[in-house]
Design a protein around this ligand. Sequence first.
Ligand code: 16G
Ligand code: ZN
Length: 547
Amino acid sequence: ELQKSLILESSSRFLIPQGVKVSYGTAGFREDASILSSTVYRVGILAALRSLKTQSVIGVMITASHNKVSDNGVKIADPSGGMLSQDWEPFADELANAPSPQQLLQLITEFVEKERIPFDGVRPAEILLGRDTRPSGEALLEAARQGVTSIVGAVASDMGILTTPQLHWMVRARNKGIKASEQDYFEQLSNSFRCLMDLIPTGQSKCDGMNDKLVVDGANGVGGAKLQILHKLLNVLDIEVRNSSQDEGVLNDGVGADYVQKEKVAPRGFGSKDAGIRCASLDGDADRLVYFSVPPESNAPIDLVDGDKILSLFAVFIREQLSFLNEKEDIKNFDKSRLGIIQTAYANGASTNYLKHLGLEVNLTPTGVKYLHEKAADFDIGIYFEANGHGTILFSETFIEWLEVRSNKLSSGSKEAEKAALRLLAVSKLINQAVGDALSGVLLVEVILKHMGWSIHRWNELYHDLPSRQLKVKVADRTSVVTANAETVVVRPPGLQEAINAETAKYTQGRCFVRPSGTEDVVRVYAEASTQEAADTLANCVAKLVD
Ligand code: 16G
Ligand code: ZN
């Protein structure tokens, strides 16, 4: 049963700041860290209730990802390791904004009743807590712990400093009943990576200009140190990590995947001395990954290899393996073996064209991991990526079972088919099944490049990005813009879409859409056209239409 006095007593230690309204946005609550402790405390309560309701382990991650170091945030990982179920988001908002301990208790009591959350004779709530390297993280983690333990019997385990995907991975593993420590995570990644290395076709020759060294920008966050641990375990890759901790610089300040992808410039610590070398950048909590290479001339723009191109590389590799399997008859019995690609409207048009030309099924969803992830789960193999570098590959349970059977049938003749099955199985273990993970992403990119014998330049030549421009427009009320069809069409205010269409029609290969941001109080404009100048002009004209 709910112990009311316990909640009243602990919540009076976490009073909410005056005049602040928070909302569980695309990626949880995110604010200046100084006002977050009551929010995080209340998310702790919510997580304990969620754990009771689902009778599973739930995760709470304290991070503000690529945002500045003085910000922080909190989000919940559901039993599958994915994002909190959307039907609980409104309750998260209500809890976080309840003005007093009494009103908080009232809300909780009503919710427990409405959701029929079980208390007696059930498995007690169990929550895994993790945080990134932000200095505010330690105190906020303690607030979360106090929230969790204000529900009688609930247990909170402090998993320490982790990447966001590590915590999601652990929650998923725990609920599947498999070993779920950080060491287990590193072992699973390194074992499956080695397995893929061993399956590289013999005699794979290096393509011209292939440089074996990889230099990684760790955004001065948690990812760099974790990558170094992984690197030691692997002992085969030549990886140098820069910007790997707070000792080297400020978190996300002129560094990190968000900065590199949005500004299209090299992060701090990288320059023309690195010309020609394969480089990668993680974001502050290591759930985003982009690659890039630095030009020899100091002022030239970098060659950015973004999430769309990582997706394309993965798609080419997976498709190759599926074609080896398809040569054998038995895959036909598995008639659902479907590969699906999931993108958002931000995907560069050239990438979507490229993927469609490969004969792949491309689906669009609204921005935000939860939408992409959900759609990807409809396929036997679903590959999703946002252009910003967040993405992963999901494998259905039935397809994995089929692969397991297939890879054991040594007798059936085709060695290639057997190897392809083993490769796909290894990919399913290497790439994080819970959420996009820059560490597993780096390892998969690296082994695929070796498999193909490709340099970063060869990879980047898969297709040429159309020039694009992103702008943001400050508006009085961003919710006045309402979109449909995966954010590609404006339905409100009336007339805006027609005006955008008329403007876009003036440009060769023109494409443009606007959408309200899920994380900032702005409306975003994205435009694409055959030249940079045209993309800029189109974006500017449409921004004026929104204003
Ligand atoms: C959040 C999302 C990210 C999305 C971004 C868009 C998660 C875990 N993260 O960071 O996927 O690209 O928001 O921000 O879902 P915007 O709505 O402000 O453009
Ligand atoms: Zn992130």
